[in-house]
Design a protein around this ligand. Structure first.
Ligand code: IPE
Ligand code: IPE
Ligand code: MG
Length: 262
């Protein structure tokens, strides 16, 4: 049962929105490009890193809401392969916050029956982070609720590049044949293997771009862009996105259902 009361108390606007969503219109996979931390800080006259610090509360709130609403998969974009271009202090702070999050939130993930899965070129992250990630994966492996994926040192192009390299290697050693490679094989060999493609992609901070996130997987994903800056994002904003998604008509290249002829 969805724990609706804890996410949206009765009588609130977001509860009304939530109650209006038919159960079969909830997405199975929500992906989020968490953007706008720097601008959030700038508006307050604070250094950019304070925006990242404040963004942790938004992560906590969103993960918990997704778990309570029984959304099967949530994927958050936390650090792109291009984000290394940022000032050294900012990168160090982001990595520090990640360590802190893994340390502080593990118990809560376990408690909420959440399974944790990091995506990206994890071997390029510092050892302590790799260990923290491995610990979180192990501690939550038996959980059966929300699958919480976090993309770190991730980009869609890097993921596809790594897959092509792996395919070439397998082919060269006779373990992969041309006929084996189809769309399902590719999906099964990406870091998101085993999850449905995102139904809904949320991007905060008003930017209208995909910034190298899940390029293969979002072929038919519904996009929801909101001006809310990531540190301000809470369950009510997730619910607004879910309600909007529920009103969309998906076609996947076909015709709308009512137009189908016998
Ligand atoms: C998102 O916020 C956090 C990361 C990309 C790690 P930004 O840091 O990109 O914030 P803006 O876009 O500069 O406001
Ligand atoms: C996308 O945000 C990456 C993450 C949220 C981790 P960016 O702030 O890095 O994207 P651009 O540079 O504005 O496209
Ligand atoms: Mg940004």
């Amino acid at each position: 049962m969805r724990d609706v009361d804890r996410v949206a108390p009765p009588g609130t606007e977001e509860r009304q929105l939530l109650d209006g969503i038919p159960p079969d219109r909830f997405p199975r996979h929500v992906a989020v490009i968490m953007d706008g931390n720097g601008r959030w800080a700038k508006r307050r006259g604070l250094p950019r890193v304070e925006g990242h610090r404040a963004g942790i509360e938004a992560v906590r709130s969103t993960v918990e809401a997704a778990a309570r609403l029984e959304i099967p998969v949530l994927t958050l974009y936390a650090f792109s392969t291009e984000n290394w271009r940022r000032p050294r202090w900012e990168v160090l702070t982001l990595m520090g916050l990640l360590k802190e999050y893994l340390h502080k939130e593990l118990d809560s993930l376990v408690e909420h029956n959440i399974r944790f899965r990091p995506l990206g070129r994890l071997h390029e992250l510092e050892g302590e982070i790799q260990q923290g990630l491995a610990r979180a994966v192990e501690a939550t492996a038996g959980n059966t609720g929300l699958l919480f994926q976090i993309a770190l040192n991730y980009s869609g192009r890097a993921e596809l590049t790594d897959l092509v390299r792996e395919a070439v290697r397998l082919a060269r050693t006779g373990q992969l044949h041309e006929e084996t490679v189809d769309e399902a094989w590719i999906s099964d060999h990406l870091s998101t293997a085993g999850t449905p493609d995102p139904d809904l992609l949320i991007r905060t901070s008003g930017e209208l771009r995909v910034s190298n996130f899940l390029l293969w997987q979002i072929a038919y994903t519904e996009l929801y862009m909101t001006p809310v800056l990531w540190p301000d994002f809470r369950a009510r904003d997730l619910i607004r996105a879910l309600a909007d998604y529920a009103s969309r008509q998906r076609r996947f290249g076909g015709v709308p259902e009512e137009a189908e002829e016998g």
